[in-house]
Design a binder for this molecule. Sequence first.
Ligand SMILES: NC(=O)c1ccc[n+]([C@@H]2O[C@H](COP(=O)([O-])OP(=O)(O)OC[C@H]3O[C@@H](n4cnc5c(N)ncnc54)[C@H](O)[C@@H]3O)[C@@H](O)[C@H]2O)c1
Length: 328
Amino acid sequence: MPAPESLKTLLLSRNDVASLLTMEATLAAVEAAFLAHGRGEVQMPSKVYLSFEAEGGDLRAMPAYAAGAAGVKWVNSHPHNPERFGLPSVMGLYILSDPETAFPLAVMDATLITAMRTGAAAAVASKFLARSAPRTVGFVGCGVQSRYLLDAHRAVYGKSFEVLAADVSAEASARFAGEVGGRAVSLEEASGCDIVCTSTPCRAPVVMRGWLRPGAHVNAIGADAHGKQELDPAILRDARVVIDDWAQATESGEVNVPLHDGSFTREAIHATLGEVIAGKRPGREQADLTVFDSTGLAVQDVAVARVLHDAARARGVGTAFDLLSLSR
Ligand SMILES: NC(=O)c1ccc[n+]([C@@H]2O[C@H](COP(=O)([O-])OP(=O)(O)OC[C@H]3O[C@@H](n4cnc5c(N)ncnc54)[C@H](O)[C@@H]3O)[C@@H](O)[C@H]2O)c1
């Protein structure tokens, strides 16, 4: 007796995910996930890390339960993958389970989910914290993530802003600028935009306080593990700092290094983004500078994975697989 379709696990490749997921749907799911997080309606233990010092990378497990969906992401960060192996720095796998039975509903590529939800998280932060529609958006680090940070900002603000791209690799910034119709510039110039998005794997500041323009908003995306850091600590001291999650950001976000060396304090952290979206804490107000410190939340992933699963079942996308051999 074959297992009914609903008792088959859906396998979704990256191409399946790409055919189903729009940036608009990702933005809506991510904003709703932040709101639920801010209201305390989710279960989300901190990420668990395996560090590979000899290999120069790490793997993380990220479980979450939110809005009736449960799942876990298994994702890495290996900055040397592109040049050593021709592989992306970040690759992910998602397992979505039915909270009622724990049946594995879907196993899907989470590489694209990670890139899209991270871009969306930054654009949601810009929407709630930046002054107004930007005239310029700067990208410090022009790898995979920069493309999705830009897509998400274009989905929120349209295409009228200028894109300034900077990278330690002149080839990377020229390629990105060429692809998206922007300008390859110095790190200093890209840092002087209305909105600045940093997505490098750095372990020392690459953006200096004096380079920022008054009224800027910075999305600090790259620091997502202990010891990583992209911003001059003077930026954090002068800014209204909004984090994505207390436990994760203080251990692995942009604030982790300055908190550990004493150049920044927990008391100076203003709020989580979810608290701002939920109206529990004010947003920018009169602040001259704002910084969003993103480590990446498992509730963002589970929200997007659920949207994908529902769309895939409705549209017949993906491969249904009798993983548990329920057919006889
Ligand atoms: N916060 C989150 O939710 C989240 C999600 C995904 C990735 N990340 C992190 O974002 C970072 C970037 O990820 P990616 O997938 O885009 O990686 P990537 O390897 O595709 O791109 C990184 C880019 O940074 C550039 N770079 C390195 N050192 C630099 C420096 N000193 N100055 C300027 N540019 C420099 C590289 O040349 C490269 O172009 C990683 O650290 C990753 O772990 C965070």
